[in-house]
Write a new protein. Structure first.
Length: 389
């Protein structure tokens, strides 16, 4: 099998995907604008060949790169980056080279938040009301129906970037005076707790692995307010959340891919409300958290799906696994050394976070696990406790 991996160096832990493909005999062909000399050695060791382009946004350059790989190694069997940013690029290249997977005519439903809502409705999953607004008058008419607050976000965007919670007319006017010149969707604000439905499907779209995570607070609040965050995996997935997740999975026809679906549990109705679909692994170190929570190797299982359409691991979610962030500009009561000493048995991993992710994930992150949720939360509270000085 010939597998073109776009931007294999980013995020930093994604080299594991290339490594596991290599272990089972796949030719891993790296494609990026990053100089080869800058790649980590573990990645260099498993790449069959690497092609550097000057501009990853130049489709002609990318087409030449795939033409080169095809000439050198034969037909390309798969192309992916497992990264939200390159979804459309991958789809265009799959279309041009007739490669298995999501093509250019299918990608919009996975990128457009307004179009996602149509699929939620078809799936029978409740969704927050929303409307594309381009003018102040349209927004005012919409808010007349929903009331304040409302959330404004790019119809096509990554994460919570340039997302705003608008509480009143003054903030609405400020939003229209400063908003980027891209289509925005305005949604009714759903008060509630975020839950995810995350996992991996086989070639037929069956969820061969799935789990769920919940957050200490919303990603929009974390990004906009610079707050500390922790999020953790559930050992038991609520029945209504699993049902909604599987319905969305079927409606979007997600095959041979990771998925990361976001839902609210409404504080008012206690019901699950669909928020967003992503056909990639959840962000940060969540793939590593899959492993720590379940004592498996999701990187190897993904490679097995790619090559053999086979998931062999057994899992029953024996642990809650939690990511806990810290900011360098905060004064915490307990030192890094205190944390390492006190939670040696629970601590799975810790490291500094790349600047591009720090708005959502903090500047430093700790991953811990425990069978007991109360212990997980107490560890997060200990790590986040502020100094009074």
């Amino acid at each position: 099998m010939n597998f073109v991996f776009i931007s294999p160096h980013f995020p930093t832990n994604f080299y594991h995907f290339c490594q596991r493909l290599n272990r089972i005999g796949v030719k891993v062909l790296g494609l990026s604008d990053e100089p080869y000399a800058h790649l980590r050695q573990e990645l260099k060791n498993v790449l069959t060949e690497y092609y550097q382009v000057h501009d990853m946004h130049n489709q002609e350059e990318l087409i030449r790169a795939l033409g080169y790989f095809t000439h050198r190694h034969g037909k390309i069997d798969r192309i992916d980056s497992l990264n939200e940013y390159w979804l459309e690029t991958e789809a265009l290249l799959r279309t041009d080279f007739n490669i298995f997977g999501i093509k250019a005519d299918e990608i919009k439903k996975f990128k457009s938040k307004s179009l996602m809502k149509e699929y939620y409705i078809k799936a029978g999953v409740p969704v927050a009301r929303g409307k594309i607004v381009s003018k102040l008058k349209e927004a005012q008419e919409w808010i007349h129906e929903t009331g304040y607050p409302v959330v404004a976000k790019p119809d096509i965007g990554v994460g919570a970037a340039k997302t705003y919670k608008i509480h009143n007319k003054k903030e609405l006017l400020s939003f229209f005076n400063t908003k980027p010149d891209v289509p925005y969707i305005m949604e009714e604000f759903i008060q509630g707790k975020i839950f995810t439905f995350d996992g991996l499907t086989d070639r037929n779209g069956k969820a061969v692995f799935y789990t769920s995570h919940t957050y200490s607070q919303g990603i929009m609040e974390i990004v906009n307010n610079g707050a500390d965050v922790y999020y953790y995996s559930l050992r038991k997935i609520p029945e209504d959340l699993e049902d909604a997740g599987k319905k969305v999975l079927k409606a979007f026809c997600v095959k041979e891919r990771f998925f990361h679906f976001e839902f609210f549990r409404s504080s008012k109705t206690k019901k699950i409300v669909a928020l967003e679909v992503n056909i990639r692994p959840p962000g940060g170190f969540t793939t590593d958290m899959f492993n720590y929570a379940n004592d498996l190797d999701i990187y190897s299982e993904w490679a097995n799906i790619m090559v053999y359409d086979r998931f062999t691991a057994k899992y029953n979610r024996p642990y809650h696994c939690c990511y806990i962030s810290r900011k360098f500009n905060r004064m915490y009561l307990h030192s890094h050394h205190d944390i390492l000493n006190k939670f040696e048995k629970q601590l799975c991993h810790h490291e500094a976070i790349s600047g591009i992710f720090s708005a959502a994930l903090g500047d430093y992150g700790y991953i811990v696990r425990s069978k007991n949720l109360s212990e997980i939360i107490s560890i997060a509270e200990y790590i986040h406790q502020k100094s009074q000085a």
